[in-house]
Design a binder for this molecule. Structure first.
Ligand code: SF4
Ligand code: SF4
Ligand code: F3S
Length: 265
């Protein structure tokens, strides 16, 4: 209760903003509790009332005032091609803003598959030379929180950990927190008994689809995808892709756009 809130600078590079959309829907803890009691969201060019040079001045002020103490949260990735001109912020290439802001950060959180792995922007042929945060920044602790978007409670769970312990959670080989990316979708999927029994959906409008059988033959990537969707689910346990009758497309794994097809037929 007496712990000061952790300053956060939240940058937006090449992205769609649905990671932010996911974050604000967290229910455990609720996003408002995170923003009002745990962190001080001092810079977020999507959510701030201020804009342009006024807001950039705030970023520089926070970097100076809280040197080595702020968290850098990054949504989206950086364009490296042609000097980074395909993603500009306040007249500067986003890649330069990212490098500058990372310099004195305590730790870096890469939100979503864009910041973690590149996502759709660096799918072949990657016209803007999009590169994930870990390829731009070195010498800083980085945690990847992939998913397109990541689950809201996974996002707030990671922030809660960093704020509470002042360290990053235990990570896997892709720098993802093991607590949330330690098991495959397939391991906890409620359709698993159908997989084990060899009972598969063969087309989206067949009887097996109506009965909720396994989606493996429809291209489901659950057996090779590490994420918490089949445990935590989305929107207060409302559902997740497989619960809606669609295969997992492996959105929390590297290069999922290039590793398709999303459908087997
Ligand atoms: Fe949007 Fe997906 Fe990128 Fe998040 S990871 S910003 S949801 S495209
Ligand atoms: Fe595994 Fe996908 Fe079948 Fe679920 S629907 S049991 S994740 S293959
Ligand atoms: Fe993504 Fe698969 Fe979950 S597509 S949202 S990791 S079920």
């Amino acid at each position: 209760e007496t712990k000061p809130r952790t300053p956060v600078i939240w940058l937006h590079g090449q992205e769609c903003t649905c990671c932010s959309e996911s974050f604000i829907r967290s229910s455990h803890p609720i996003a408002a509790d995170v923003v009002l009691n745990m962190i001080s969201l001092d810079y977020d060019d999507t959510l701030s009332a201020a804009a342009g040079h006024q807001l950039e001045a705030v970023r520089k002020q926070i970097m100076k005032e809280y040197k080595g103490k702020y968290i850098l949260a990054v949504e989206g990735n950086a364009s490296l091609k042609d000097g980074g001109v395909y993603c500009m912020v306040g007249g500067e290439a986003f890649v330069d803003v990212l490098r500058e802001t990372a310099e004195d950060a305590m730790a870096v959180i890469a939100w979503g598959s864009c910041a973690s792995f590149g996502c759709v922007q660096n799918a072949y042929p990657n016209p803007s030379g999009a590169a994930p945060v870990s390829e731009v920044i070195s010498g800083k602790p980085i945690v990847n929180v992939p998913g397109c978007p990541p689950i809201a409670e996974v996002m707030t769970g990671v922030i809660t950990h960093v704020h509470t312990f002042g360290t990053l959670p235990e990570l896997d080989r892709f720098m993802r927190p093991k607590a949330f990316y330690g098991t495959r979708i397939h391991d906890k999927c409620y359709r698993r008994p159908f997989f084990d029994a060899g009972m598969f959906v063969e087309s989206f409008d067949d009887e097996a689809a109506a009965k909720g059988w396994c989606l493996y033959k429809m291209g489901c990537k659950g057996p090779t995808t590490y994420n918490s969707c089949s445990k935590i689910e989305w929107n207060e346990k409302t559902s997740f892709p497989i619960g809606s009758g669609h295969p997992c497309i492996g959105c929390s794994e590297p290069n999922f756009w290039d590793n398709g097809p999303f459908y087997t037929r």
